[in-house]
Design a protein around this ligand. Structure first.
Ligand code: ADP
Ligand code: MG
Length: 475
């Protein structure tokens, strides 16, 4: 059988595929097209100058091994590089680059100065060409603007999202940080922006990733010695959406790498969209330099929807699902589930399921049972941070005052109440409560709990504090 460019390259590919990470293979080898084979020189077409440099820098060894296997020790590699010149109206054309792989195997791969068409290189940024690399955007088309109901609670975030989608990287909302509590639509809105951008700018590389996944990928890249590939992969993206960035808290290595990726993207006019369950000021254990970047653009909060918005969300969902439900039932649900859109939908789904499995009607009684279950099961899980904030606010002091070493009575009391509620409402250990509330030890926390119990039995004013705070923290 005579060899041709396709057959040689496909053999090279199967060798390469076995020897590098699947993601790297996908990114750097799948886009390559074999063009020509003459004698022992194989010409391959790559999407950009940058791509060619990357291959030469990182994969020259494996390329050389593969080619030598197929074509013998004289094997040569020539790149056809697609050039796109932003300053001329010329159609994209290709330029040939020889690989440094012109030397026989035994030489140590010293890169030979390349003869490059100098006119094309005036500005390294005119030839990104990376859009040619296909990156799966991981977007969920079911989360779009059409089904993201607008209300006072989300108007700013939603409009900013639309502005960003119209001109990714071209507004001052960069990064756009969407923050707010659980189930308020952060993930939905983040996808909606990405989906809309993909719609308007199909050539842009959009990537949605959860911060947890990002952290995992980073850890894997460190283990696999592919940290540079990891960084480079992210630096090629036009619109990067990172969901739940609060998970980067305390992860120094990932924060560092994200900082570099962020800077690169931002400097190159690429859009970054972030979501978080906290405002930047409240993100603990996040490096200052990263926090300051988060604040560069716009931080838009998603708040709990008001009654009208909750009604619209429910009605819209019913309409889309083709379900008809008596108005009073919909109202009952909207009245009783207040702080979480996910729960609002959850009740609706339970209603529909119950009614259809058990051939029941949609009745107010059924709605009550289901709403009750939801309200019970999802008792708000509070954090020690949140407790400290609520207690400080109640006593009109700062959290730092509450945590301070002072022995002033009203401050000591506030601190003891915070410890007491942390014990009562979280699963944290005494030691961990102590360390989070002003670096105290577990004995101090235990003492605080006892004091609060005693005082609330003997001191009427103190009992009012406990009752008020209980309401604030659990309702
Ligand atoms: P978060 O990421 O803030 O925890 P999600 O984006 O996952 O919240 O939203 C929870 C659910 O509520 C999703 O099913 C989402 O579609 C829905 N949702 C949230 N806000 C809205 C809204 N304004 N309109 C329609 N559905 C919404
Ligand atoms: Mg989410």
């Amino acid at each position: 059988m005579t060899k041709n460019a396709d057959s040689v390259w496909s053999k090279c590919l199967s060798f390469i595929k076995d020897n590098i990470k699947p993601q790297a293979y996908k990114t750097w080898f799948e886009p390559i097209v074999p063009v020509k084979l003459s004698a022992s020189a194989l010409t391959i077409q790559v999407p950009s100058k940058f791509f060619y440099e990357w291959l030469e820098e990182h994969y020259i060894k494996i390329l050389r091994m593969a080619l030598t296997k197929e074509l013998g020790s004289d094997a040569k590699l020539i790149y056809d590089v697609k050039m796109e010149n932003a300053y001329s109206s010329k159609k994209p054309h290709t330029v040939k680059f020889p690989s440094s792989n012109r030397k026989p195997l035994n030489s140590q791969g010293i890169t030979v100065p390349l003869e490059i068409d100098k006119r094309e290189l005036r500005n390294p940024f005119i030839i990104p060409g990376i859009q040619k690399v296909k990156i799966e955007s991981q977007l969920n088309p079911n989360y779009n603007f059409d089904n993201f109901i607008e209300g006072d609670s989300n108007r700013l975030a939603r409009s900013a999202g639309i502005a960003v989608a119209n001109k990714p990287g071209g507004t001052s909302f960069n990064p756009l940080l969407i923050y707010g509590g659980v189930g308020l639509g952060k993930t939905h809105l983040a996808h909606a922006i990405g989906v809309d951008i993909k719609d308007k700018y199909p050539d842009k590389t959009v990537l949605y990733i959860s911060a947890e996944m990002f952290i995992q990928q980073y850890i894997d890249s460190v283990k696999g010695n592919t940290r540079n590939d990891f960084i480079h992969f992210y630096q090629m993206i036009d619109v990067l959406i990172v969901d739940d960035v609060q998970f980067l808290s305390g992860k120094k290595g990932t924060q560092d790498v994200f900082f570099h990726i962020f800077n690169h993207l931002h400097q190159n006019g690429k859009q970054v969209i972030l979501t978080s369950d906290k405002a930047p000021v409240d993100m603990q254990e996040m490096e200052q330099r990263l926090l300051s970047r988060f604040k560069w653009g716009l931080s838009a909060e998603l708040q709990s929807p008001d009654f009208e918005t909750r009604m619209s969300i429910l009605e819209n969902k019913l309409y889309r699902d083709g379900v008809v439900m008596p108005e009073e039932i919909v109202e009952y649900i909207a009245k009783n589930i207040k702080t979480n859109v996910r729960e609002l939908e959850g009740v609706l789904i339970s209603m529909i399921a119950q009614a259809s499995f058990n051939k029941k009607e949609y009745t107010l009684a059924l709605a009550k049972v289901i709403v009750d279950k939801f309200v019970k099961n999802t008792k708000k899980e509070v954090s020690i941070d949140y407790i400290q904030k609520v207690v400080s606010k109640y006593f009109e002091m700062d959290v730092t005052t509450l945590q301070s070493k002072t022995r002033k009575r009203h401050i000591v009391q506030a601190r003891q109440l915070a410890m007491y509620f942390a014990k009562r409402l979280t699963k944290a250990s005494l030691a961990s409560i102590g360390s989070q509330i002003g670096s105290r030890d577990h004995a101090t926390v235990l003492h605080a709990c006892k004091t609060v119990n005693n005082l609330s039995e003997t001191d009427r004013q103190f009992r009012v504090y406990v009752e008020d705070l209980t309401k604030k923290l659990t309702l």
